[in-house]
Design a protein. Structure first.
Ligand code: FAD
Length: 426
């Protein structure tokens, strides 16, 4: 059996590694890696936002450690939330003791005296799980920035990603006793050299058949198999697995029913603009990431690349990447790189993170598919599109292939499990 894997991100490359069948990866960019690519500018190395390796599944950690071998830096998280000019411990509910007394009181009261009934949307879920204080000071404004959508119009499909804080933690942190939240990612791995793309490079086997610069534009059936075309070259496979965005893949197929096309077009995603800021000193090495709920600041998060690995920054210098989520039509989406750079630099200067005159390197990478936006119709629309693709025998995998808000560990786990299933088919 020969399998065509559409898309050369971590999903496609992971699947290829675990498959025993012959396979070819088709990637539209000149370089594979997708969201796990790493970029370079003036000696600074940066990823598409912070890309750290952690997993609750020991098999996945064992696998990534095995393929990275010696090229691993084990780090301890030192994330903060920048709230009212203070660096508060992350997650917010574990840093309450660092707030001023009035804020501590409101967070504690809201958590303990939580009258919010069973939630029907994401905003209600936040209030139900955390109470008014924590929600209104941090979770609601932060999530509004990242999703750029009214939280009342978002579903709860993915909320299991956000651990609910235990009662003892909230009380302890409010009175100033040290606690840790999100302990599954307190320690994480990151390549010592080569940024997160080193993981992608390590996953590709020597004899892997990969075609880059091939943008899938047409998918059709031929007998029991499939033909894929980029408009110039046709390729034939017995099976295909798509890891490219499902809403684009559906447009490559002829005669799709109108209601399925409408459902695919209604699936919402956010883009992300990644702004590298390199400075001429080592001031950006003392934290891993800073979350910024302040709506007047463009970025929702900044990650200090040199804290993941010192090889990401030149000696004597340091850097951060600012993550700004956008969507077509949003002012940050349409803005030139130069204007966005100016906004980010001014924000960081105003917040006291850096001084503008310290900047020695700047760069921007724009990514069309960054986040899945779970609006209230997402699941119903997705079911229609997936149902149609399944009826054609097409497999779907990955963050945008399945349209599911998953991280690298889950991507690898699903690649392994799909390969196991396909390996069982002659
Ligand atoms: C800002 C940000 C931070 C993140 N941080 C973390 C983190 O800290 N830890 C973690 O575990 N995960 C993190 N992730 C998630 C992680 O990046 C993804 O889970 C993973 O990279 C998804 O891989 P994928 O192959 O499914 O998708 P993608 O990486 O999107 O790959 C899809 C590929 O398909 C290609 N393609 C698209 N259209 C076509 C076409 N028509 N023809 C051919 N090829 C096509 C694309 O070019 C791309 O290479 C983060 C993601 C973002 C956006």
């Amino acid at each position: 059996m020969r399998i065509g894997i559409l898309g050369g991100g971590l999903s496609g490359l992971g699947l290829q590694r675990f498959l025993k069948h012959e396979s070819e990866v088709l990637e539209k960019q000149e370089r594979v890696g997708g969201l796990c690519r790493t970029f370079y500018k003036d000696g600074f190395c940066y990823d598409i936002g912070g890309h750290i390796l952690f997993s609750k599944d020991d098999r996945i950690t064992a696998f990534t450690r095995d393929i990275l071998g010696e090229n691993i830096n084990n780090c301890r998280r030192n994330n903060k939330i920048l709230y009212k000019g203070r660096y508060v411990k992350y997650p917010f509910e574990n840093g309450l003791g660092m707030l001023d007394k009035e804020d501590i009181f409101e967070c504690l009261l809201g958590y303990l005296n939580n009258g919010h009934s069973d939630p029907c949307n994401f905003e209600e879920w936040i209030l139900h799980a955390f109470g008014d204080g924590i929600s209104e000071k941090y979770l609601i404004p932060y999530n509004r920035k990242i999703w750029k959508a009214p939280l009342k119009e978002m579903g709860m499909e993915w909320v299991e990603r956000i651990p609910k804080p235990p009662l003892e933690d909230v009380i302890k942190s409010a009175v100033g006793i040290e606690t840790e939240g999100y302990t599954h990612q307190l320690f994480f791995d990151y390549p010592s050299y080569g940024g997160i793309e080193a993981l992608v490079k390590a996953i590709i086997e020597k004899d892997a058949e990969i075609t880059t610069g091939y943008e899938v534009k047409k998918i059709s059936r031929k007998g029991r198999g499939y033909i894929v075309s980029d408009g110039t070259t046709e390729k034939e496979y017995d099976r295909i697995v798509l890891t490219i965005p499902i809403k684009e893949a559906i447009q490559c197929i002829a005669d799709v029913p109108e209601n399925v096309l409408r459902a695919a077009a209604a699936l919402r995603h956010n883009s992300v603009r990644i702004v590298l800021v390199g400075v001429n000193n080592e001031s950006l090495l003392d934290k891993t990431a800073v979350y910024i709920p302040d709506p007047s600041v463009a970025a929702h998060r900044i990650c200090y690349m040199g804290s993941f690995s010192r090889s990401n920054v030149p000696a004597g210098k340091s850097s951060l990447v600012a993550e700004i989520s956008t969507y077509k039509g949003h002012e940050f989406h349409e803005m030139s790189d130069a204007s966005l750079m100016e906004i980010v630099a001014s924000d960081l200067d105003r917040l006291g993170v850096i001084r503008k005159n310290e900047i020695t390197a700047a760069d921007i990478t724009n990514i069309e598919y960054g986040y899945i936006v779970y609006d209230l119709k997402c699941t119903a629309n997705l079911d229609k599109v997936k149902g149609y693709l399944s009826s054609m025998g097409i497999e779907m995998l990955g963050r945008f292939g399945e349209f599911d808000y998953i991280n690298m560990d889950e991507v690898i786990r699903r690649s392994m499990s799909m390969a196991k299933r396909l390996n069982g088919i002659e």
